[in-house]
Design a protein around this ligand. Structure first.
Ligand code: HEC
Length: 151
């Protein structure tokens, strides 16, 4: 098979996998929703609307970020799936480049599947227009680096 043909086959395969579940699998999203409420909402707010406590809203004096909103109103949706997966797995430490983040890591307490379900839930929180743009850009990505497929 030539390169072009195998690329097309791969894209078709990814499409199939996406249709079979993908970003919008209702069971995964429901699972992600309760995991988010239990693990993430204290900082990122209910349904990712952003921090609610005054202490988390106030600008920090140590140069660190406060937890951003994840519901599509901030810039989360500009990040590729793999980058978001990495932040959830490794927390603030994953930022690198001299930024010492303070979000906890979840690769010890949540499985990959649980973390991916949370990400699917976060994706489902975004307004439809943003979600569509995101999916066109990243949605059927099979991430050869990690072997990750949205299914
Ligand atoms: C203790 C507070 C805290 C908890 C709990 C927390 N986060 Fe975060 N999160 C942060 C902070 C702070 C940042 C900004 C980076 C940093 O400084 O670590 C962040 C950044 C992020 C980002 C990057 C957003 C962007 O727009 O760049 C994602 C995605 C994210 N968190 C998801 C989650 C998920 C999913 C959970 C639950 C599994 C979670 N966070 C739990 C504090 C938290």
């Amino acid at each position: 098979m030539n390169m072009k043909k195998s690329m097309a086959a791969l894209a078709a395969l990814s499409m199939l996998q996406l249709q079979a579940g993908g970003w919008s699998d209702a069971k995964d999203i429901a699972n992600g929703k309760s995991l988010f409420a239990n693990n993430c909402a204290t900082c990122h707010g209910p349904e990712g609307i952003g921090p609610q406590s005054p202490a988390l809203k106030k600008k920090r004096t140590d140069g660190k970020y406060q937890p951003p909103a994840l519901n599509g109103t901030a810039h989360t949706w500009h990040h590729a799936p793999d980058l978001l997966r990495n932040i959830i797995a490794k927390g603030g430490k994953s930022y690198g480049k001299g930024y010492d983040g303070w979000m906890p890591e979840y690769d010890k307490t949540l499985t990959q599947k649980q973390r991916d379900d949370i990400l699917k839930y976060v994706h489902a929180l975004w307004p439809e227009k943003i979600r569509k743009r995101y999916d066109e850009r990243f949605g059927i990505e099979t991430s050869p680096s990690s072997g990750f497929v949205w299914k």
